[in-house]
Write a protein that binds this ligand. Structure first.
Ligand SMILES: [Zn+2]
Length: 243
């Protein structure tokens, strides 16, 4: 299966990095797409220009993608100022086709960051047209519309998880190491909250796992829009000796 992660920023994939490890172990192909350049990401350094921030985040994202032998592409939009428009829809239709997307992970449709919300909506809308050759006719259509899962956005956004993927301690360890490759963002989070994203996400995975009586899990919500609804078998199943 071809799995495509479409997120607004370089680090947003942290919500599904355990599940991606399980997909990779099972031989599935993974690719990453970031809609913005993350060019405001050196958030407390007024001397850092947008180009520098974008290049730092590009290098960090490429490091994570390399660990999955994954393609990475950036659609180049300005960080913090993403709006849904015709060009974005065209870009996403072409990109999902070029990546031969079968299963897509993206943001939830309500979130603390407007770039995330715009990305989620734009992905849902673009996916529908990937199989119709009248849209972007220069790019070959997909045989069928990719199915979509939304990642957990944090509490307070009306997200009720419908699917969970169990992680082993080894997945959790690798996940933390991958998250910390976004070193610039760990620095931002330490300044904002006194701890980094890897610690926060590990707590979250324990909380989700507790709901299933396992040590760690990631939570997802199936997209319910017609033709984008995932199959029950799309996510990795329980790990027998971890139940
Ligand atoms: Zn983000």
């Amino acid at each position: 299966m071809r799995i495509v992660c479409v997120f607004a920023h370089q680090d947003d994939e942290m919500r599904c990095l355990g599940t991606l490890q399980r997909f990779r172990e099972a031989g599935h192909e993974i690719s990453f797409v970031c809609v913005t350049q993350g060019d405001k990401g050196l958030a407390f350094d007024p001397s850092a220009d947008r180009g520098l921030a974008a290049s730092v985040r590009d290098a960090e994202m490429r490091s994570v993608a390399a660990s999955f032998a994954a393609d990475y592409r950036c659609l180049g939009r300005e960080d913090g100022f993403l709006y849904d428009d015709a060009a974005l829809r065209r870009d996403l239709i072409r990109t999902l086709r070029e990546q031969r997307a079968e299963l897509v992970f993206t943001h939830w449709t309500s979130d603390y960051n407007s770039d995330h919300v715009v990305t989620a909506r734009a992905v849902i809308d673009a996916a529908l047209f990937t199989s119709l050759s009248s849209f972007e006719p220069a790019s070959p259509p997909l045989e069928r519309v990719p199915r979509i899962f939304h990642v957990y956005p944090g509490d307070g956004y009306g997200f009720e998880a419908t699917h969970f993927v169990q992680l082993t301690p080894a997945h959790v360890t690798v996940k933390a190491e991958l998250i910390r490759r976004h070193r610039s963002q760990m620095d931002v989070m330490r300044r904002l909250r006194g701890r980094d994203y890897a610690d926060e996400i590990a707590d979250e995975d324990r909380r989700q796992g507790a709901r299933l009586m396992v040590a760690h899990a990631e939570a997802f919500r199936a997209c319910l829009a017609e033709r984008r609804i995932p199959w029950p078998s799309d996510l990795p199943s329980a790990i027998p000796d971890q139940v």
